[in-house]
Structure formats: structure tokens, C-alpha cells
Write a protein that binds this ligand. Sequence first.
Ligand code: TRP
Length: 460
Amino acid sequence: MGMNSKVRILTGITTTGTPHLGNYVGAIRPAIAASGKPDAESFYFLADYHALVKCDDPARVQRSTLEIAASWLACGLDPKKVYFYRQSDIPEIPELTWLLTCVTAKGLLNRAHAYKATVDANRAAGEDADAGITAGLYMYPVLMAADILIFNAHKVPVGRDQIQHIEMARDIGQRFNHIYGGDFFALPEAVIEENVATLPGLDGRKMSKSYNNTIPLWLPAKELRKAILGIVTNSLAPGEAKNPDDSNIFSIYQAFASADETAAMRQAFADGIGWGDAKQKLFERIDAELAPMREQYDTLVARPERIEEALRAGALRARGLATPLLAQLRHAAGLRDLTLGAQEKTKKEHAKKWSQDAIKQFRNSDGTFGFKLVAGVPSKRTIFESIGFKDARACGEAIAFLRRAYRDEHALAIRGSGHEWELVLLRDGQVIGSNRATTEDRLKGVRILIHQICEGLEED
Ligand code: TRP
């Protein structure tokens, strides 16, 4: 939907393992560097629903979620600048998964590499084709499509093994758009980072959990050093010239060092640096980069409540985008309020309904000026009203304030207790607009609609 002109970048991390140096160099570091760009909006999430497909050990899923979240935060991800959340905190994702499941061809899923590889392995072993295959593995691409489509992501940075999944997400999104006659979803593209290093692991193959050759990212310095000493090398002795371009030690060094440092190391290889010395230098270089973040990481892991809070806040913001889109999708598919007239069934009429979102100014009978927010969806109604202002200008300034501050939960705040709750717009501690309800949840829904209205207006 054309609500936003920024490029949306989204990626998920499956929460089944402990972050290692390869994850840091290949995913965490480049993603955090990219997240500062002003023309992009980034979404990074912990794919814990996906983790369940691969792992049925609850303690491991929980621990991995904690470790991965702490790693991203310790490495400098600013959760206020990006959307950083846990997949299972967004109920719109599994709900969309079902809507998408119903437009996805079974044949498309039959062709998924991961599923096919397991079937082939079963056949080769003389077993039943579907032995040990859960419906979760089979449905994996649809869940992943929902992750991407619910936020209308344009670019999805992934490894090569995931390209097919992004193509499937396009396919599924397009099918839904076609069947229900709307531009509900942007069609995502995979981004393969060509100039991001893939690190060799301890044995020289690509560092990967599946090869069991990783160096965990947050080893204490002593153990990190020990792990680095264990990287395989050839048997050339100190004093013999070594080829940096065929050395794991050099490749890893390069991924951490500046151009000057790399050139100096290249020279040291030519000059016959011993493997022990090269490994010591490699350890020192990596440790220099990681040590300050390691301290952060340890602090975060020791106090999980801070991470929990950041993730929940992230999910709330993300749902501000997901909830209105899902409402629209439900409507499109016919999961509707029964009091809505059948005349609303065409796409055009539906679009008109959304375009009824507005901020309206009016004059009160006592001569003061006010504004109200009108939501077109799910049915046209006033969802928020201001106090009276002495003139139109003061009223305009209050609207401008709302449009600047609506994302700030201190400005557009929910407060109350028991059965009395209010959503208030606070400027300099003064209430300049409000809505009341009997539950906090209701007002959270209202706040999401306000976000939607304000975001829709940002375009003009
Ligand atoms: N399947 C991805 C992986 O294993 C993780 C993932 C889940 C993901 N949902 C996603 C990646 C959405 C990108 C977008 O690496």
C-alpha cells in the first residue's frame, strides 16, 4: 500500500542457536550498519515460530531468543530507530499465514527445496517419502511469506538458500492480490549481500551451525583465544612465506581489520609470520572489536527484563502497521462485520472507505475551534476529539503537534485503571484531546487507528 515512500527492509533470524562470528560478520554487523540509512525503514525480528519447525526443545528456543536479541542490542541496534520484535508477539502473522495458506497452491509447496531435500533423503534411505516431515516444515514458506507481506517489505536480505522462499512470498502475495482484487501487498525482492564476507569456520568450510565448526560470538576472551588457536592451517613453518589468499586465518582477519591492517598482515604472510603469531594477532583484532560489546551483552543477558521490554515495545509499534492491514485483508476475504452492507464488496468502494480517514476541524457552539479524527475502517466514526481552542490557528497548531508526536507514547498516552481508561493527547503536560473506554485494549486499538490516519496523511 502506498502509505509510506521509504524502502522497507526486513529480515528474520531463526532462534535455534547461539550467535557465532559468522552471524556477526555476515548478518548482524551489516544489518546494523544499514539500519541507520534515512531512506529506509528496517524490520529485524526473531523468528521463533520458525524455530519450532526445527527444534522441539523449549529451553533452547527461549535461550536462543534471549541470546540473539541481546547480541543485536549489544552490537548497537537502536530499537527506537528500527522495528525490532519477536515474531510470536505479532498475532497478525499466524492469522495472515492462514489467509495465505488458502490461496497457496499445494504444488508450490511441493517444490520447496527444504521439503524436497527431506523427501529425497527419505526415498534414498528407502523410507516413506514423508517420514519425519511435519506439516510445519511443509508450511514454512507460507509463514515466511506472512512475515514479509504483513509489513509490505520491499527488500529482504537473506542467504542464497533463502532466495526460493522470497520468490514464493512474491508468488503468494501476488495470488492474494489477484484473487481479492487489490494491491494489498508489495512484492518483495531478495537482497544477496555480495560484498559481505562469509567466514570460514574452524575446519575451513563456511562457518555454520550445520557444520559444527563455529566460534561462538561471546566467548570470554581466554576461550576465544583458545578457539582461534584451534583453526586449521597448513603445516608451513615460521619463516616460510604463506599465501594469504588461501588462508582461513587471513580471511577472518580481513573481515575485522581495516584496509591498512589487512595490507600489513598480507606483508607479514609474505615475510613468513608463524601460524601461532598470526593467530595471536587475529585474536587481538577480533577481541578489540568485540570486548566492549561483550560487556554490554553480558549485562543484557543478566537482566533479561530490559530485552523483554524492548521486544514488547517493538511488537506494539510493529502491530501498529500490521493490525490495520490485517483488518483490510480480513474484510477483503469476507471475514466481515455482518452489519456492513453487501454494497461494500467491490474493491473501489473498499478503497473509498479507507480514504474516509481524516482529521476534521470544526467550530463549537461556544465559538471555540476543535478537531476530530474520523476513521473510515472498520466503520466510519469519530475516534478522537480535541478540547476547544480559542481560534483556528491554535487548533491548527494542536493538529500539527499530533502529527509530529503521535508515535510518542508519552504524548499519545493511555492511562487509567479498572473500567475507566482514557487515551489522551498531552502537550506540555496538558490534555488537548481524548477518548474514553472501559478497557485498555480498546484504546490500544484506537491508538493504532490514529497511527494509521496520521501515517496516511504523511504522504501529502
Ligand atoms: N527462514 C529464514 C532463515 O532460516 C529466517 C526467516 C524467517 C526469514 N522469516 C523470515 C528471513 C522472513 C527473511 C524474511 O534464515
